[in-house]
Design a protein around this ligand. Sequence first.
Ligand code: NDP
Length: 338
Amino acid sequence: NKQVILKRYAVEAPKETDMEIKIGKVKLKAPKGSGAFLVKNLYLSCDPYMRGRMRDFHGSYISPFVPGQPIQGFGVAKVVDSDNPDFKPGDMVAGITGWEEYSLIDKTLQLRKIQPDSDIPLSYHVGLLGMPGFTAYAGFYEVCSPKKGEHVFVSAASGAVGQLVGQLAKLHGCYVVGSAGSSEKVDLLKNKLGFDEAFNYKEETDLDAALKRYFPEGIDIYFDNVGGPMLDAALLNMRVHGRIAVCGMVSQHGFYDPQGIHNLYFMIPKRVRMQAFLQTDYLHKYAEFLDHVIRNYKEGKIVYVEDMNEGLESAPAAFVGLFSGKNVGKQVVCVAQE
Ligand code: NDP
């Protein structure tokens, strides 16, 4: 059973050398009386939040990984043996699994059964229909309080979360601008994902001026995936009663921003509401989300871009690549075919 093991906790940005590939032992049977089941992992998701679990820090909303153990993350898997009456061999499941070929899922399982649909790639259960897609949906509808015609800005816009935020905002009748870190991504945003405008933030010397160019009348909604200097620039450009959804701070490698945010004052004259959220706060909306997104996807009104790496061995590099923007779209690792 090939596995990706956390070798040691990461300092600053995670490195490939913080992980290693090992061959571990696994019985290809779920022990009798255990209530466990064995899955064959098919697709694994690389998500920025996992960086927090690679640090020796216990003050966050999720516990750190254990050195010497396989990395854990969202995945799509197939049940191959089971001692659990709710999960039968052949069932497809999505949720938290191990970065390994086979995982024994015990009673503390966080996997749900999924119904394969020939019109939807299985891997979408860690992207469009999984945690990132739900983050976009919950963040946009529940936190941003969007209204038709409003002006929306999304950072890390071509990524797993951002690309859906932009498309939901367009479906809602908003004007949408995205920022991303390469001309390829800017092209994707404008020509495939339906954003009204997009820009490469790495080519801008003055982020405030860039935002003023696309939002001469200001921003109603900023869906913030990055924090740091982009958040600071957005604070200078919010409209009266604007909303900022603080989704993530991928630009910060530690929990503290060494550069600091300077423009919070401007929230006062503009009466801006800035709210952080965790998608887990809104799980009661999951069925509604699936309904909305699947319907629009099948009608061709939503598309989804994935960046698929092949083989478990490629997982460490794929994960580390998130923090330099190597991924174009949702980063997934294909471990095995069904
Ligand atoms: P992405 O698919 O967008 O991948 C990460 C992207 O972040 C990279 O491709 C890169 O894009 C961008 N990035 C990396 N480093 C920097 C940097 N220094 N400055 C600016 N951008 C950078 O990730 P997700 O869509 O999965 O996640 C987006 C955000 O949402 C993250 O902050 C994540 O932590 C957060 N999140 C929050 C959840 C919640 O419940 N609150 C749940 C899920 C995700 P580019 O080339 O454009 O720079």
